[in-house]
Design a protein around this ligand. Structure first.
Ligand SMILES: Cc1cc2nc3c(=O)[nH]c(=O)nc-3n(C[C@H](O)[C@H](O)[C@H](O)COP(=O)(O)OP(=O)(O)OC[C@H]3O[C@@H](n4cnc5c(N)ncnc54)[C@H](O)[C@@H]3O)c2cc1C
Length: 459
């Protein structure tokens, strides 16, 4: 009998498997596809390959600003897909190798949970053939694209795509309509707009970028409108999809028709909880996700759920962290997850990064704060590398949120490139409970964009 069985080899599953085996637990992991899951095969990694290409392409076009004159620049989408596929193969193999080296036992195939009579004696049937059993079971089966029930929306139509299909597309759509102005819609919208598509993003909410800081979301929208020529229809709902035409209604029920060559559905993802025998465990499900507590435990003793399948925060690094928490709990250390300390990033240009409590949330929660707010142009490196992006001045924005009563840094929001890297430093500052005084003692390298954090505190 295994100490631990993990169902699903995405970021949540494969990291946990290798960490658990290295800690001496007899561990098994079951994966039906490729190791790395959504993140490596059709999510984080492929989308960042696309965005990297778009960024290089846009910068090449603007190269004359810094003395680079290229006669002919064109975009080869087929080559990009080929490049992306090569890197995905490399990284899926690396993930599998990591698990193998740790000593965890790998089972390749579809895992199905069987009904059990004894507590902490979980039974998994692999490909309807081999059966394994374990004392603890971790569900890490991830999520799938959510297609909202809209009249005429058919995921089998050739003109209708989701993020997975978009990241394998050989041709560049002339007119692309995107349903959803969240992270995935914005990232893919930036990519396609940057390589020549006419992009319209339809968003139900009055702002883009979901829960990110309002001011930063607004500035991001203005940048994408100005530099990428993306059109945004906020507070609009897609009410019907016709042949190559979307019908949207605004809050006053006014109808608009949007013609498209491709319609990209980016209206969210839903936990993957069906067809693998979850019902045999009588686990609590709420709003389509497995219910977990702060130790990632479910209502069934010995059963945990990590990553997208619990619907808490659908990010790869959340899945990693949740796996760490599970391992500590199995080892007897009752560590809890803190979702407030999970950073979020949008990797379009300009990048956005955020962690902790933003200004809007602080107001909503009635927390008394002091905000340190400066444009990213206060960084010399930002001025030379980012601020003059696409030939036009771009200020960027940094907001540091300090709790008035304690001077503690409780949130950081950034707009402008390198934010996706600076956010890790922000994460340390918040996790280690830095305040403005302790930050002043830290020396930052110059010229870097990250030194802006100290500049803002000293301002
Ligand atoms: C376009 C896109 C871009 C994204 N970009 C980012 C980003 O930049 N940063 C970020 O943090 N997150 C990003 N995400 C989200 C990220 O991919 C997910 O949060 C992450 O992959 C979740 O990890 P997971 O381990 O929970 O599940 P998954 O990665 O979905 O892995 C689940 C695995 O379980 C396997 N499985 C399922 N059922 C069974 C079964 N019964 N038997 C055996 N195996 C099974 C599947 O084959 C899969 O490999 C992105 C997602 C998308 C779609």
């Amino acid at each position: 009998m295994f100490d631990l069985i993990i169902l699903g080899g995405g970021p949540g599953g494969y990291e946990l498997a290798s960490n658990a085996a290295r800690k001496g637990l007899k561990t098994a992991i079951v994966e039906k596809g490729r190791f790395g899951g959504t993140c490596v095969t059709v999510g984080c990694i492929p989308s960042k390959a696309f965005l990297h290409a778009e960024k290089v392409f846009s910068e090449a076009k603007e190269g004359k600003n810094i003395g680079i004159n290229l006669k002919e620049i064109s975009f080869d989408q087929k080559q990009l897909v080929k490049y992306k596929d090569q890197k995905v193969t490399f990284l899926t193999q690396a993930a599998e190798m990591k698990v193998k080296r740790s000593g965890a036992k790998i089972y390749k195939g579809f895992g199905k949970i069987k009904e059990t009579s004894k507590a902490q004696d979980f039974k998994i049937l692999i490909n309807d053939q081999e059966e394994i059993s374990g004392k603890n079971l971790v569900i890490a089966t991830g999520s799938e694209v959510f297609y909202p029930p809209i009249p005429g929306l058919n995921k089998n139509d050739k003109t209708v795509i989701d993020s997975e299909k978009a990241l394998a597309l050989f041709e560049i759509p002339k007119k692309l309509v995107i349903m959803g102005g969240g992270v995935i819609g914005l990232e893919l919208g930036t990519f396609f707009a940057g390589i020549g598509s006419e992009v319209t993003i339809v968003e139900l909410a009055p702002k883009i970028a979901g829960p990110f800081d309002y001011e930063i979301s607004l500035k991001l929208q203005q940048e994408l409108e100005a530099k990428k020529k993306i059109k945004f229809l906020l507070e609009h709902k897609v009410s019907e999809v016709l042949n190559k035409e979307v019908i949207c209604v605004d809050k006053n029920d006014k109808k608009i028709k949007l013609p498209f060559d491709k319609l990209l559905v980016a209206a969210g993802r839903k936990p993957f909880i069906k067809d693998f025998g979850l019902e045999n465990l009588r686990v609590y499900i709420e709003k389509g996700a497995i219910v977990t507590d702060e130790n990632l435990k479910t209502n069934v003793p010995g059963l945990y759920a990590i990553g997208d399948v619990n619907g808490k925060s659908m990010l790869a690094h959340t899945a990693y962290r949740e796996g760490e928490i599970v391992l500590e709990n199995i080892l007897g250390n009752k560590i809890k997850i803190n979702y407030d300390q999970i950073p979020s990033v949008i990797y379009c240009t300009p990048e956005v990064g955020e962690i902790g409590i933003n200004e809007d949330l602080a107001k909503k929660q009635g927390i008394e704060i002091r905000t340190k707010k400066i444009p990213m142009l206060y960084s010399g490196r930002f001025v030379i590398e980012v601020g003059n992006y696409a030939g036009k001045n771009f200020d960027g924005l940094l907001k540091i949120i300090l709790k008035k009563s304690t001077d503690e840094i409780i949130g950081i929001s950034l707009l402008g490139n390198y934010s996706s890297e600076i956010i890790n430093m922000a994460s340390v500052l918040i996790n280690k409970r830095y305040n403005s005084k302790s930050l002043k003692d830290v020396v930052f390298a110059h010229p870097t964009v990250g030194e802006i954090i100290k500049t803002a505190i000293l301002e």
